[in-house]
Design a protein around this ligand. Structure first.
Ligand SMILES: [Zn+2]
Length: 460
């Protein structure tokens, strides 16, 4: 049951870097740096592939980290987690782990946060904390999950966190979620660069991708070890967010019928593309209440997104369906009505042909009871073919769409760097060693990039 082969250690003098999750799989990143027993952890991700081998919501959910370690779903790292006394009580013990640094808000990087030992400081970006806050607000009371007492510390790009023998410098990168960071880490044995998830091609408004800041910083510093994501290997495409927007715009204006659409509720770049394309056409968008809550919060509380995303009640309607209005719904529905938003319970309230029904995968079965589905098309615009948030299976969505006679298209650009761009980045940085993680093809990609996948050293 224990998968002891599922980690890899790189040693440089007294520093050891152990990669636990994300090794030969996409997601579940956890990296431990240990210098003479002073330790920090980079990301605290949940591995969906391992999780799904044992659990399926809502029939079987986990009973805390101890069980997940036993099953090999989570790696056994001394001192990293709480231990559960019962379903609502946990204890934290002494630990030599000084800090956990979270790169971004995707669950495969932050999904085990509720299990973290409260004696460890948690460092994360301000945007990531806003997203985490909304998640906590809307999550049900779940057994063996708690966020009580977590020691949150926030950072911004350009900050420096001195912790034990390490200086951690977060540098923002471009990814399919706002507030994504790489970490440039100074250690007594040299500099380590952890890229997190990143890409070079996602931005519409800025000429210069944020990722270039990481590149500049990494070029200056001698990089002893670069730990890079390597999600893309096969079937990469060169589409950018600009291309996605252009295609949206073409479809919105050129097609008369209804349009169903889906993409990640955290992909604010994609939401911007949607808004811009609505502006070009006569259409309005219907957005599911949960998705809208994230966008609405981010567009108010995040200083960068506040400048970029302007929400207009004339352009957006909020779909609430027949769900009971309690808890967070009660609170926010009132605010939204006051701001002039129309809340939609039944789609029949809206006329045909004028709308883009976003997040349709969350209210699929309700589509059976509408008239607009005749002649509609669906657009899948998730950044990845796999799901970074682990929701409903694609197969079921296809079945529903077929039952409704709705054909589908895929219009997207990836949240992850593709092999040629990664080769460019690695050539610019010239790290002494390169370790590819968050990848299903780490060996092949390492060799493509000119590094030995075993020793991580340059192939001469
Ligand atoms: Zn990610």
């Amino acid at each position: 049951m224990h998968r002891n082969t599922d980690f890899k250690t790189i040693s440089i003098g007294d520093l050891s870097i152990t990669i636990y999750g994300g090794l030969g799989e996409i997601g579940g990143n956890i990296i431990l740096l240990d210098y003479k027993k002073e330790k920090i952890v980079l990301d605290i991700g949940l591995s969906f592939s391992k999780y799904r081998e044992y659990y399926e919501w809502p029939h079987r959910t986990h009973r805390g980290i101890n069980e997940m370690i036993r099953l090999g779903v989570a790696p056994d790292i001394e001192g990293l987690y709480v231990s559960w006394e019962n379903k609502s009580e946990f204890v934290s013990r002494e630990t030599d782990i000084l800090g956990v640094f979270v790169s971004h808000a995707h669950m495969d990087h932050i999904g085990l946060l509720s299990q973290v030992n409260r004696n460890i400081e948690v460092f994360l970006g301000k945007t990531c904390l806003i997203i985490e806050g909304v998640r906590r607000e809307i999550s049900r009371n779940t057994a063996y999950v708690s966020y009580e007492g977590i020691n949150y510390n926030t950072f911004r790009t350009g900050d420096e966190v001195r912790i034990g023998p390490y200086t951690v410098k977060p540098i923002h990168v471009d990814h399919s979620v706002p507030g994504a960071y790489s970490f440039f880490i100074e250690t007594p044995e040299g500099n380590v660069l952890y890229t997190g998830d990143f890409r070079l091609h996602g931005e519409i408004l800025d000429e210069k991708s944020w990722t270039r800041d990481m590149l500049e910083k990494a070029r200056e510093g001698d990089i002893e070890v670069m730990i890079s994501e390597g999600t893309r290997f096969h079937d990469s495409s060169l589409e950018s967010e600009e291309d996605v927007y252009t295609t949206f715009s073409r479809i919105f204006s050129g097609y008369d019928g209804d349009i169903l659409m889906t993409f990640s509720y955290l992909d604010t770049d994609r939401f911007e593309s949607l808004l811009k394309a609505l502006d070009d056409s006569e259409r309005e968008a219907v957005v599911a209440d949960r998705h809208f809550l994230f966008i609405w919060k981010l567009s108010r509380e995040d200083e960068v997104l506040r400048r970029k995303i302007s929400l207009d009640p004339e352009l957006i309607k909020i779909y609430i369906g027949e769900t009971k209005v309690t808890g967070w719904r009660k609170k926010y529905y009132e605010e939204w009505i006051n701001e002039g938003y129309q809340l939609i319970t039944y789609f029949d309230e809206l006329g045909p042909g004028k709308y883009v029904y976003n997040d349709f995968d969350t209210y699929l079965s309700n589509l059976m009871y509408t008239s607009f589905s005749q002649g509609a098309i669906a657009i899948f615009s998730n950044s990845e073919p796999f799901n970074e948030e682990g929701m409903i299976s694609q197969e079921k969505i296809y079945n529903w769409l077929a039952a409704l006679n709705i054909p589908s298209y895929r219009v997207h650009c990836s949240g992850h760097i593709h092999p040629l761009d990664l080769k460019y980045v690695v050539n610019e940085i010239q790290p002494r060693r390169l370790c590819v993680i968050h990848s299903e093809r780490p060996e092949a990609l390492s060799k493509f990039l000119g590094y030995d996948p075993g020793s991580c050293e340059k192939i001469r």
